[in-house]
Write a protein that binds this ligand. Structure first.
Ligand SMILES: Cc1ncc(COP(=O)(O)O)c(C=O)c1O
Length: 425
């Protein structure tokens, strides 16, 4: 290493060191909020994913209080903190009822969609090994399925078989049929698929899986707290849950359209006995038996309290009220987009998600102008588009958004080349 590089490394390490003396809380918070000031401004409707704001200060206050009440507890031990065990049970039971899980079904709480999907994939691998002797399994999912399925396959050593989507951006059933073989341990469909906000033909896909005696995961991380309420409001909703015989497991996120703060999801199974496959039970440890039913050991308690509080505070009528306002806002935004020269929504999404593109302009260049106006619109890769997960709060900002979008279409330069995708590195 050269001297200069050595010195640079040294300075980097010095900087990264724990401060020699503790700082005042005023100094800590001054720095914290200075850093935070560069973050996306979701409070003013500037984000269309990551946060799902309702704009209801009463609900926000409730969520903050519920989080605060459990900020120090540890959900690793519901024996020591029985309130957490009972709230967790309530959340999984209320969620299971929303998606019509059968009486003999079972469900577990997890930290988010990715963990629910991981657990479902793990359970499927274990069932396939035990019931069919499959040791080199694969999972078959439409390419629009969330990357959490590929990630879970990576963790569990399964092969992935992504299949085609059709011109309406929904899973192509024939492509899934062709990909299935005797080593398929799980088939997947999404309600909704994240990239285009389209619901896959869950009825046909799950029937196909059932006909081959393969478990089927309906990923309702987004839809679980949207579609049941759309149905109650009289919208035509395609079947997506346990009312379909072929659906064996589902992921349902409370921390998306259930409006809880982050860290709350439920994985639901048609048969409670399968839950045993996601439980890790170990007693070689000198400290004795160690048993957990999800990925984490020590576990944040506040997401359980927040999910429980949000669901009880809103109740069915609260969710219905939020849903009807959300759908009205979505329609306004969707019509507004369609009225702007060259823009159109991809496919025919029926809920609060959509992706739009342009027949005249480079949509990423339009996205750049929107970025400059501090709107955060994710880019989709295939086809190029701008992605929106609309939240109730957007009711207050829809006009401003559409005005800026219309300006952006009329006045933009070449694209700065900001690519599509998520990246936490
Ligand atoms: C359809 C779908 N499934 C799964 C996930 C993963 O959820 P999480 O980000 O909570 O892990 C997402 C996230 O947006 C999603 O949209």
């Amino acid at each position: 290493m050269t001297n200069e590089k050595n010195e640079r490394e040294q300075t980097k390490r010095e900087k990264a060191r724990l401060p020699l003396h503790g700082q005042s809380s005023a100094a800590v918070f001054a720095e914290l909020f200075a850093r935070k000031s560069a973050d996306a401004d979701w409070h003013h409707g500037r984000t269309f994913n990551l946060v799902y704001p309702t704009g209801r200060s009463d609900l926000d206050e409730l969520l903050i209080e519920a989080n605060l009440a459990y900020v120090f507890e540890n959900a690793l031990s519901p024996l020591k903190f029985p309130s957490l065990g009972s709230m967790q049970r309530d959340v999984v039971e209320m969620t299971s009822a929303l998606v019509h899980a059968p009486e003999h079904g079972g469900a577990g709480f997890s930290s988010g969609g990715t963990e629910s999907i991981f657990l479902s994939v793990l359970v499927s691998r274990e069932r396939a090994r035990e019931e069919k002797g499959i040791t080199k399994g694969n999972i078959v999912f439409p390419e629009s399925a969330h990357p959490a399925f590929a990630k879970a396959a990576f963790y569990t050593g399964l092969e992935i078989r992504p299949t085609a989507i059709d011109s309406s951006f929904a899973a192509d059933v024939d492509s899934m049929r062709d990909a299935i073989d005797e080593n398929t341990v799980l088939c997947v469909g999404s309600a909704y698929g994240n990239p285009h906000g389209i619901i896959d033909p869950i009825e046909e896909l799950s029937a196909l899986a059932l006909s081959r005696a393969i478990p089927f995961h309906s990923d309702a991380c987004i839809g679980s707290f949207v579609l049941p309420f759309m149905e109650r409001l009289g919208f035509e909703v395609p079947p997506f849950d346990f009312r379909l015989d072929g659906v064996t497991q589902m992921s349902c996120d409370v921390h998306k359209y259930g409006y809880s703060t982050k860290g709350a999801s439920v994985v639901v199974y048609r048969d409670a006995a399968w839950l045993a496959h996601q439980t890790f039970d170990y007693d070689v440890w000198p400290s004795g038996r160690y048993r957990t039913a999800s990925m984490a050991g020590a576990r944040a308690a506040s997401p359980i309290a927040a999910a429980w509080a949000a669901m009880h505070y809103l109740g069915e009528d609260g969710y219905l009220e939020l849903m009807s306002s959300l759908l009205a806002t979505t329609e306004k935004i969707r019509n507004g987009i369609a009225s702007i020269d060259g823009l159109h929504v991809l496919g025919n999404p029926i809920g609060p998600l959509l992706t739009f593109t342009s027949v005249n302009d480079d949509i990423f260049a339009i996205g750049d102008v929107m970025d400059d106006r501090r709107w955060n619109l994710n880019r989709t890769a295939r086809p190029h588009g701008l992605h929106m997960m609309i939240s109730p709060l957007h009711a207050n900002f829809a006009d401003e958004f559409l005005q800026d979008l219309s300006d952006a279409v009329r006045h933009h330069g070449p694209s700065r080349g900001i690519g599509a995708g998520y990246n936490d590195r």
